[in-house]
Design a protein around this ligand. Structure first.
Ligand SMILES: [Zn+2]
Length: 297
């Protein structure tokens, strides 16, 4: 059996070619994983149901997305035009993380080739995030699968403010965000544990801080882990202000994935952000998550 990886061709939505968001990365990553024999067959998700989405988002907001009736200001805050293909991809990518979380529950490890829309909150989207797939999947596991203690481990360069807002009163879902202090969002929310990093931090110091925090997290009992493996921590990222190398990101992913794998705690890996100056480099960096999981699997 191979590592379960979830992908859908319609993760790629039709948006402006000049957008800062490299939407084509989802299909290029899928091709890269096939060509490099990380996976032979993808698991194909269905669109997330309104019922499952409503565990984490208001019905009013979900319907505004579904019916494309969101006001202009809220649409600008998201950064995507709310057109048919963006609506479709939003439901599919969320369904993808839900499916990946179920696969992770059964097989200890599974990944989506999208997801990590961590700026989306209960009744609004933001920063290229329409629905908060990880929040939806975490609530799905909580209510449908009776999974009690869940860790959302977010290593994207940006703070996972959507998750910390959605779960601020949930004692069983622990939000951990390690991000660059001066990156978006300017106004941070409060996670269960926030680690703010200074600009231009390099591999050695970053990995030292990460390891220290994993030792801390290991003292808490978790039944499931979502790992948001944003690669916008790379030194050539257009948005991120940290200075990690390819090897640094590979080492980061390996440390996280091995830690929970050897403790037999199921882990669902999702993409998170990445805005590298080089598109090919971006694909290679995103694939490190899947490669590291596949190696262990
Ligand atoms: Zn990011």
């Amino acid at each position: 059996m191979e590592l379960p990886i979830v992908n859908h061709p319609e993760y790629v939505a039709k948006i402006n070619e000049n957008s800062v968001f490299p939407i084509k990365k989802f299909s290029s990553l899928a091709n890269y994983l096939l060509q490099n024999k990380v996976v032979e067959n993808f698991h194909v998700p269905k669109e997330c149901s309104i019922k499952t989405l409503s565990t984490s988002h208001s019905l009013e907001y979900i319907n505004h997305i579904k019916n494309k009736t969101l006001d202009k200001k809220s649409e600008i805050k998201i950064g995507f035009p709310i057109n048919n293909s963006v609506v479709k991809r939003s439901f599919l990518a969320t369904g993808g993380t839900v499916l990946a979380s179920k696969l992770a529950l059964d097989h200890k490890l599974a990944c989506n080739t999208a997801g990590g829309s961590h700026h989306a909150s209960y009744d609004y989207g933001a920063g290229y995030c329409v629905f908060n797939d990880v929040a939806v999947a975490a609530n799905y596991l909580k209510y449908k699968k009776q999974i009690k203690n869940i860790l959302i481990l977010d290593l994207d360069v940006h703070q996972g403010n959507g998750n910390s807002e959605i779960f601020k009163n949930d004692k069983n879902i622990f939000t951990f965000s390690m991000h660059c202090k001066s990156n978006y969002p300017a106004k941070k929310s409060k996670s269960d544990l926030d680690i703010e990093l200074k600009d231009r931090l390099e591999d050695k110091e970053y990995l030292k801080i990460l390891k220290k925090n994993i030792v801390y997290l290991n003292k808490i009992k978790f039944d499931f882990v979502f790992y948001i493996a944003g690669v916008d921590v790379h030194h050539d990222d257009k948005l991120g202000k940290l200075m990690l190398t390819d090897d640094g990101i590979n080492e980061r992913d390996r440390i996280v994935i091995e830690n929970f794998f050897f403790k037999k705690i199921p882990l669902c890996g999702v993409l998170g952000g990445g805005y590298n100056k080089s598109f090919n480099k971006l694909i290679e960096l995103h694939a490190l998550l899947h490669k590291n999981c596949a190696e262990l699997f």
